[in-house]
Design a binder for this molecule. Structure first.
Ligand SMILES: [Zn+2]
Length: 102
């Protein structure tokens, strides 16, 4: 198991190196060496969802450290990542419904 976000948060690896580790783990998954990518990288289901939406490793490592955004980047209303129903964007998180208004 590799705690990829911990490695990024503590500057032991950079964004590119995190991507290399991720790609290697994906390859291991597809070749049957491991059963779960998020487990192998020590990611929660919420973090894994963000990764699947293309969040930068450094952004996600920061959120693990300081907390996830609590307001929608589009409408500004409250958003709780534990409820899902969000999408990642360059400014943080927004409600799925709000993305239809862009
Ligand atoms: Zn919104």
């Amino acid at each position: 198991m590799t705690d990829i976000l911990e490695l990024v948060a503590t500057s032991q690896i950079n964004e590119y190196e995190a991507g290399v580790i991720f790609n290697n783990v994906v390859d291991e998954f597809h070749s049957g060496k491991i059963k779960s990518i998020p487990e192998e990288l020590n990611l929660t289901n919420y973090e894994w969802t963000a990764v699947c939406q293309g969040i930068l490793w450094q952004q996600l490592a920061l959120w693990r450290t300081v907390g996830w955004p609590v307001s929608c980047s589009i409408c500004g209303r409250k958003i709780n990542y534990l409820d899902y129903g969000w999408l990642i964007d360059l400014n943080g998180l927004h409600h799925v419904d709000c993305s239809r208004r862009i």
